[in-house]
Design a protein around this ligand. Structure first.
Ligand SMILES: [Zn+2]
Length: 54
């Protein structure tokens, strides 16, 4: 199984659910880097949020 990762411009590697922060108050859920708040592309975030350390 291929694991999706996202390299944030701030240098953080976003790989698991806990690396993402859900932005509230919007119709469609959007996801941000927990470190800097930069939005993570939706398709990428959707995959990452289902990944857990194993
Ligand atoms: Zn970041």
């Amino acid at each position: 199984m291929t694991r999706t990762t996202y390299q944030c411009p701030c240098g953080a590697r976003i790989e698991f659910r806990h690396d993402l922060e859900k932005e509230r108050g919007t119709v469609t859920p959007s996801w941000k880097c927990t470190d800097c708040g930069t939005p993570v592309p939706g398709m990428t975030a959707e995959k990452i949020r289902h990944q857990h350390p194993s």
